[in-house]
Design a protein around this ligand. Structure first.
Ligand SMILES: CCCCCC/C=C/CC(=O)SCCNC(=O)CCNC(=O)[C@H](O)C(C)(C)COP(=O)(O)OP(=O)(O)OC[C@H]1O[C@@H](n2cnc3c(N)ncnc32)[C@H](O)[C@@H]1OP(=O)(O)O
Length: 292
């Protein structure tokens, strides 16, 4: 379903699916290249590394979301893969979250298409049959943090400049209920209440203390740590681990699935408001002028 919609979207936007290139890297591993998402089968058997490559800040544009979902779907359907490490190819930034330009100055049909793509990405990551480990090698606000929170395990680089959290209120936005649920499921109710209302972005030591990440390691060890953690997760037979994951996550995902259309309509109504459009424009302008 998501794959078909994604293909249609890519066709509309002029991206040819046939352009995905395969090449052999130095270690002989096949390396699949999309435009914005690079998939590298790694030295650990059954594990692929997905690198976000949407410079300058890996913002979650419609095209990026579509490519990402297609990549995950392909890996899920390829039974040689059991686990995926998610990381970034953009130095210092895991993902800047939703692309603000997708939510500014567009029409309701675009907002609907964009929000559905955000929902589908979250459902795909949150309910993935694969083991997903986030190797967070940069800052990850809002939607970037959501991707990491939706993985099974998080390893964060020990760099005080890298902040993580759901900062939507700082942009004048109300966090969607399923972003909130994902955070509450990870760090608990009280910590989420404070973090969400204040739009807090946490440095590594605090993120670890809160349980927002599972490990903080030196920057040059993020990916290797993620891969060795993966080995531990893959020691469990897939079917029992998948059933257990599904049992724990199903209610949260079902909440969105049940209200998916209403959630899209709510997003359109909210984002189309003059006051919201104005505050997003001011936020973007401030980013340009480096006032943040
Ligand atoms: C019911 C309704 C519910 C609505 C809920 C909507 C939910 C939204 C969730 C979100 O994800 S909103 C996005 C939140 N993201 C942020 O607040 C991050 C903003 N960006 C930054 O703080 C910084 O850019 C950075 C990530 C820390 C990187 O800093 P750096 O100094 O390295 O780069 P910049 O010069 O700031 O940025 C370069 C370039 O990229 C543009 N940009 C940055 N972030 C975004 C973004 N999220 N979307 C689109 N574009 C972004 C920035 O404007 C610069 O552009 P320029 O043209 O080169 O000036």
């Amino acid at each position: 379903m998501a794959l078909a919609a994604g293909r249609a979207m890519l066709m509309r936007s002029g991206v040819r699916l046939g352009t995905q290139a395969a090449a052999r890297g130095g270690n002989g591993a096949r390396r699949f290249m999309n435009h914005r998402v690079v998939v590298e089968p790694n030295t650990v058997p059954g594990v692929a590394v997905i690198k976000f490559k949407n410079p300058p800040v890996n913002s979650l544009t419609l095209e990026f979301l579509t490519e990402f979902v297609i990549c995950l779907e392909k890996l899920e359907n390829d039974k040689t893969f059991r686990g995926v490490v998610l990381t970034s190819d953009c130095p210092g930034i895991f993902s800047a979250g939703l692309d603000l330009r997708e939510m500014c100055g567009k029409n309701p049909a675009h907002y609907a298409e964009y929000w559905r793509a955000v929902q589908e990405m979250w459902l795909k990551v949150y309910l993935s049959n694969l083991v997903l480990v986030a190797a967070i090698n940069g800052t990850s606000p809002a939607g970037g943090c959501l991707i990491a929170l939706s993985c099974d395990y998080r390893v964060l680089a020990d760099n005080p400049r890298y902040r993580m959290g759901l900062n939507e209120t700082l942009l004048g936005l109300v966090v969607p209920f399923w972003f909130k649920d994902t955070l509450v499921n990870t760090i608990g109710h009280r910590a989420s209440e404070r973090a969400l209302q204040l739009g807090l972005l946490f440095p590594p030591a605090e993120a670890l203390q809160l349980g927002m990440v599972d490990q903080v390691v030196p920057e040059d060890q993020v990916q290797s740590t993620a891969l060795s953690v993966m080995t531990q997760w893959l020691a469990i037979p897939d079917h029992v681990r998948q059933l257990t994951k599904n049992m724990i996550r199903k209610a949260t995902a079902d909440h969105l699935i049940k209200h998916q259309e209403a959630d899209i309509q709510n997003f359109i109504n909210f984002i189309s408001r003059d006051s919201i459009q104005k505050s997003l424009q001011v936020y973007l302008e401030n980013l340009k002028q480096k006032k943040h």
